[in-house]
Write a protein of this length. Structure first.
Length: 383
């Protein structure tokens, strides 16, 4: 594999997001200014969906490129940054890429994605695997995923009680801010003559904290479960006692299913599930009662008709609060991104993320990427 060392002045290319309804961005105008102030060259693609107006970037004097121009116009040494996974295309990937690829847990299409990198000699720094020495992600949308996931759970349940269907409100559209979202949920909940009983699984993590924040604004006292409450347990009947389940637990290892198709056929109060973690095609999914996520177009999937049980499982929930969540994420990422661009990769989150990429590529026997002595060859060339 041919490596291209980073040069003194880096080119960072912010691509347009191709995932439907995705208005977030990895780099806000303020973030771009910090990169430019540090002496780097930033290219920003035009975008029909990005929450920040293109003029906000133009005012900084950055280079503007057409949507998806990175494919044909980005120089090979450019670093391509985005948020969500790339479109499923067949051409080899020759650049360094920074985004959430969703391809390290055996998800659908993971082999095809890694094959494209292997064929092109490109590298993937998956944002999900940018972790510190304690294994905690250095930049995440978790709080906002939990916040919006809890809001959708409340909205779904309220619609059920009112004899309505949340799908009739689709496509879901972003809120201007989190306060507006909470106020909308409060108005909807006020039409129902009671408040729901809610269980949050994974309550101690970022997503769980975000879910709690939304529910607290509605004066809903949720039951909070951490890892100790589910460890070693399968087919957990207590879950059926709640009106709403909000799953915010990030599972990295396979566990016994918390809910099964047999279990949800039993007598239950549970009618609404908001699966914030949303990993239906992954091997670690603790809720194997559905096999495909939902979308902004069709936010709800019916799991049972006679005794209603609906699920919402959207894998880019923070898109419903695109400005706040983008600003928060960019602020978290920026100091680490500046370190990366200055060549500080050894023993860093970037090296850890790259090591995951190398390991997963090797598992699939894709190309000649090697890990030697626990340290990637690439890290030596980035310094």
């Amino acid at each position: 594999m041919r490596y291209i060392p980073l040069m003194q002045k880096r080119t960072l290319w912010l691509r347009h997001e191709t995932k439907p309804f995705e208005q977030r961005t990895a780099l806000t105008p303020k973030g771009v200014k910090k990169l430019m102030d540090a002496g780097h060259h930033v290219v920003v693609e035009e975008s029909s969906s990005r929450v920040f107006d293109l003029q906000e970037y133009k005012d900084l004097g950055v280079e503007i490129a057409p949507m998806n121009a990175w494919i044909h116009r980005a120089p090979e040494e450019a670093i391509i940054i985005g948020l969500k996974e790339l479109e499923e295309k067949g051409f080899p990937l020759i650049h360094r890429h920074i985004h959430f690829a969703h391809c390290f847990k055996g998800q659908k299409g993971s082999k095809e994605t890694l094959t494209r990198f292997a064929k092109g000699g490109g590298l993937l720094f998956d944002l999900e695997y940018l972790v510190n020495e304690n294994g905690k992600r250095i930049a995440a949308f978790g709080v906002w995923a939990g916040y919006t996931g809890a809001a959708l759970g409340i909205s779904l349940w309220s619609s059920q009680q009112l004899g309505e269907c949340l799908n009739n409100e689709a496509p879901l559209t972003p809120f201007s801010n989190s306060t507006t979202m909470a106020e909308e949920m409060s108005r909807k909940l006020a039409k129902v003559n009671r408040k729901p009983s809610v269980l949050i699984i994974g309550a101690n993590g970022r997503c769980g904290i975000g879910a709690q924040k939304l529910l607290e604004s509605l004066d809903i006292d949720a039951t909070l479960w951490g890892s100790k409450d589910t460890k070693g347990r399968g087919a957990i009947r207590e879950i059926l006692e709640f009106d709403i389940l909000i799953n915010t637990a990030l599972m990295k290892t396979k566990v016994a299913p918390w809910l099964t198709n047999e279990l949800i056929d039993e007598k239950r109060n549970l009618t609404a599930i908001s699966d914030v973690s949303c990993d239906p095609t992954g091997p670690c999914n603790p809720l194997p009662i559905y096999s495909e996520g939902t979308t902004m177009d069709v936010p709800v999937r019916n799991l049972r008709e006679e005794k209603v049980l609906d699920i919402t499982a959207i894998d880019h929930l923070p898109s419903l609060l695109p400005r706040e969540s983008s600003e928060d994420f960019c602020n978290q990422l920026m100091p680490h991104l500046l370190n990366f661009l200055s060549g500080e990769i050894e023993n860093s989150p970037w090296e850890r993320s790259l090591s995951y990429f190398f390991a997963k590529t090797e598992e699939l026997n894709l190309g000649d990427i090697k890990i030697q002595n626990g340290r990637s060859e690439e890290s030596q060339l980035l310094n």
